[in-house]
Design a binder for this molecule. Structure first.
Ligand SMILES: Cc1ncc(COP(=O)(O)O)c(C=O)c1O
Length: 499
């Protein structure tokens, strides 16, 4: 290092501070190229020893160089000369980016979600990890005809910019549907979003500030947990039983905390497949109105019902307090990215503003297609066509569990949706199971990523829509073998003598 910047002749009694002298020498070496972009500087300890200065002065030198834009520091990795001019970048590939980007290691949750999008496409892999509808059920001929019609009849309007709230014709269709079942009464209440996922994210950002308390069903949909955690809010999990969200637990929570937002799915909950009972539905609405908190009500699976009566939306009982979220993703196709929310009052205006700031509006073409599809009764037809398909797969998965894991698990029969929530009678290391299962060609959703507490070592979610009955059987067989292998390794580790 010293040959590059010369540390031996520092003036120790002159008018210029040691910090300044060192900063100037490092800066000159970087400007001249003697210290190359991406080059690692000595640790502050090594610099202190080499330059004969104390450690704090060395740290001050690097801090000042960072302020001046010469270097970048990365916790745990060290201090590096800042990013490269183009020629050097080309030589060194993309490595420089990791010095410039803020440090953000991928979390367990993020890596499992990324796998869920990637692994189903890998040859030989059987995916029990996503609630995507099967492409075999998509109404593609009908949508192709509608898409052609949209271009013919709308011309350029098919791809023009819209207002943030979305296409009025689609909002009208959705408000009509909302009027029939109770989630909305007016197109003004509807904001079209890029899937329900975006509606959830906008809602979290609109309502929550760091430190706010948010109550959320646990287990739940992983996307809720990501969006809610990103706001800096404090998440508190509430149990879900066969009547849906446990409202006694909610009341106990409300006695101790000022809750800003409650997040729930009132029908065919992901992952438990349960409905909120009529009594509890009334109680949640009363509590929201008495205590003035918002409720985010997600209904993406509500129409995919295999058994039991439909459950009306909670928003029908408390329209000012409930922000309702839904999409066509689970019933028609997730790639359409057509979702919506229904809200009123200042929160609706704030949501529209955030939508505009985020992506202006949802794809115009998809909104035209969705509006015509709904107006022509396509959604009801699609449900009639696909419910039997999914029920058959749900039953095949439940049978496969009995065949391969009898006595080792418990699972409720989901009334609707795409998932079965499984509890193992004896705990095991879910990360080890996840890895072993992937090695054997099957993926699933570990309980720890869909629970607030993140220590679910006994639960996992199995999703059935993408596999045929025989594939479901094979997937559960592989999973059962993976469970046995992880248990065997645990026993082996427990009996190994400590060295
Ligand atoms: C409960 C729940 N809400 C929302 C979403 C996201 O839906 P979309 O694809 O419409 O964004 C999902 C998807 O997995 C979900 O399970």
């Amino acid at each position: 290092m010293s040959y590059k910047i010369g540390l031996s002749d520092l003036e120790r009694d002159g008018g210029t501070s040691l910090t300044r002298q060192l900063v100037e020498r490092f800066a000159a070496a970087i400007d001249s190229g003697a210290l190359a972009p991406g080059e690692k500087l000595p640790t502050t300890r090594a610099l202190a020893a080499e330059a004969g200065i104390n450690h704090l002065t060395a740290a001050r030198v690097y801090r000042r160089l960072a302020e001046l834009g010469y270097v970048t520091a990365s916790v745990g990795r060290g201090t590096f000369v800042r990013s490269a001019p183009p020629a050097a970048a080309a030589e060194e590939g993309d490595e420089w980016q990791s010095y410039v980007l803020p440090e953000r290691p991928m979390s367990y949750l993020e890596s499992v979600v990324a796998d869920a999008f990637r692994l189903p496409r890998e040859p030989g892999m059987l995916s029990l990890s996503t609630g995507w509808p099967s492409p075999r059920t998509y109404p593609t001929p009908e949508l192709a005809r509608i898409a052609a019609e949209v271009f013919e009849e709308e011309g350029g309007e098919a791809i023009s910019y819209l207002t943030a709230e979305g296409l009025f014709g689609l909002r009208e269709q959705l408000a009509r549907w909302g009027g029939d079942c109770g989630f909305a009464t007016d197109p003004d209440e509807i904001i079209v979003t890029s899937g329900a996922r975006q509606a959830i994210d906008l809602c979290a950002r609109a309502v929550l500030e760091p430190g706010d308390v948010v109550a959320v069903e646990s287990p739940t949909f992983v996307g809720f947990l990501s969006s809610l955690r990103a706001t800096g809010a404090r998440l508190i999990g509430l149990p879900v039983d066969d009547q849906g969200l446990d409202t006694d637990a909610l009341e106990r929570l409300l006695a101790r905390h000022e809750v800003k937002l409650l997040v729930l799915q009132s029908a065919c909950q992901n992952p438990t497949g349960t409905d909120l009972s009529p009594q509890r539905r009334r109680r949640v609405a009363e509590l929201a109105q008495e205590r003035n908190f918002f409720v985010l009500e997600d209904r993406v699976y509500a129409a995919l019902r295999y058994e039991g009566e439909g459950v009306p939306p909670l928003r029908a009982l408390a329209p000012s307090h409930v922000i309702y979220v839904n999409s066509l993703s689970k019933t028609v196709g997730g790639g359409l990215r057509v979702g919506w929310l229904a809200a009123r009052g200042p929160v609706r205006d704030r949501l529209a503003m955030l939508k505009l700031e985020t992506d202006f509006h949802t794809t115009t073409l998809a909104q035209h297609i969705a509006a015509r599809f709904l107006a022509a009764g396509g959604h009801e037809r699609q449900l009639r066509r696909s419910i039997g398909f999914y029920r058959e797969r749900r039953d095949a998965l439940l049978e496969a569990l009995e065949r391969h894991l009898a006595g080792e698990y418990r699972a409720r029969v989901p009334r609707g949706g795409h998932h079965v929530w499984v509890r193992l009678e004896r705990p095991l290391d879910e990360r080890a199971l996840y890895r072993e299962a992937a090695r054997r060609g099957v993926t699933f959703t570990p309980g720890g990523i869909v629970t607030v507490e993140r220590h679910a070592q006994t639960h996992f979610r199995l999703s059935f829509p993408l596999l045929d009955p025989e594939e479901l059987d094979e997937a559960v067989r592989r999973l059962a073998r993976a469970i046995r292998e992880v248990r065997r390794q645990d026993r082996h580790a427990a009996t190994m003598p400590l060295s």
